[in-house]
Design a protein around this ligand. Structure first.
Ligand SMILES: [Zn+2]
Length: 305
């Protein structure tokens, strides 16, 4: 009797490890949970918090703007198999919403913009670039933490500890950004960028948005000659010295505006729609925000390129 219990316990252990080695069903055998993240920002949070507890697919790659995206068949398969799909939300990933309509399983999607106070742009559109302020990024991390803990409860402790560490870094970055921006005199705080993606940063840290080369929140619509002319006039009237381009946007138009006005186009790009490549220092949310603060600080003070 006793022998057979021991033997079946051993058999059970062997079976479990065989199943684990084969991959088995990920959520039921304690293996990594299949998770999809849409943007590089959401992906970096999921990767850092989830660690080994998740098998992560990030749909957007560094350097790609996030508004228009074509899902590949491989992306579709990852979406289909995911237990949890983390999206940035606030109207950014209409391409994911379309895919979910086809694939189904909407209850697997968690929107990290929930509970965040969204701003509207000058043309009354909801501005989806809310991750551009550290306080919002912290709310985003908290939502991702809760969703990941729900999907992978066995890993709750580690997820919670890693979330605390990331929140700590974002709080430190927030303080450093405020110090940097405080060093810029009030009359030099006027910002001209490629596309209107800095609104949350500008509101949070006390800068002033003057205009953007692409007039809308989206970069899919080209500016008209008249839009460019108006921007050139604004730059001249406000004595703006520096224009900033963004990593995921073609800088040609910004270069032309800089040439026309005599303003300097900052050598260093801002990261807005996308984080930087791994190792760039802008490949985490806190790193990206600090990088942007340094580029704006140096460009607006005229101490950088
Ligand atoms: Zn954008």
């Amino acid at each position: 009797m006793r022998f057979s219990i021991v033997r079946s316990a051993i058999l059970g252990l062997v079976l479990t490890s065989v199943l684990a080695a084969c991959g088995g069903s990920p959520s039921s055998d304690g293996g990594p949970i299949p998770v999809v993240a849409t943007t590089t920002q959401v992906g970096s949070i999921a990767s850092e918090l989830g660690g080994d507890a998740i098998d992560l697919t990030v749909l957007l790659k560094p350097g790609i703007e996030a508004h228009d995206f074509e899902i590949t068949p491989a992306d579709g398969a990852a979406i289909e198999q995911a237990d949890l799909i983390l999206k940035s939300g606030a109207g950014l990933e209409t391409w994911l919403d379309d895919a979910i309509q086809t694939i189904g399983g909407e209850d697997r999607v968690r929107d990290l913009s929930e509970g965040i106070e969204l701003r509207t742009s000058a043309d009354r559109e909801v501005d989806p670039h809310y991750w551009m302020s550290a306080p919002n990024a912290i709310l985003m991390v908290e939502s991702a933490r809760d969703a990941l803990v729900e999907a992978a409860p066995a890993a709750a402790e580690g997820i919670g500890q890693r979330a605390d560490a990331l929140i700590g870094r974002l709080e430190a970055a927030d303080g450093e950004i405020r110090t940097l921006i405080d060093e810029i005199p009030a009359d030099r705080r006027k910002v001209v960028t490629d596309h209107d993606a800095l609104g949350y940063f500008i509101d949070e840290y006390g800068l002033e948005f003057l205009g953007s080369v692409f007039p809308s929140l989206d970069v899919s619509a080209d500016p008209s000659a008249r839009d460019i002319e108006e921007l050139v006039t604004l730059i001249r009237e406000n004595d703006v010295h520096a224009i900033f381009s963004e990593s995921a946007v073609n800088p040609q138009l910004a270069e032309a505006v800089a040439l026309e006005t005599g303003a300097t186009l900052s050598d260093e790009t801002l990261y807005t729609d996308s984080l930087g490549e791994p190792g760039s220092g802008a490949d985490t949310l806190d790193g990206m925000l600090l990088h942007n603060a340094r580029v704006l600080h140096d460009g607006l003070l005229g101490t950088g390129a």
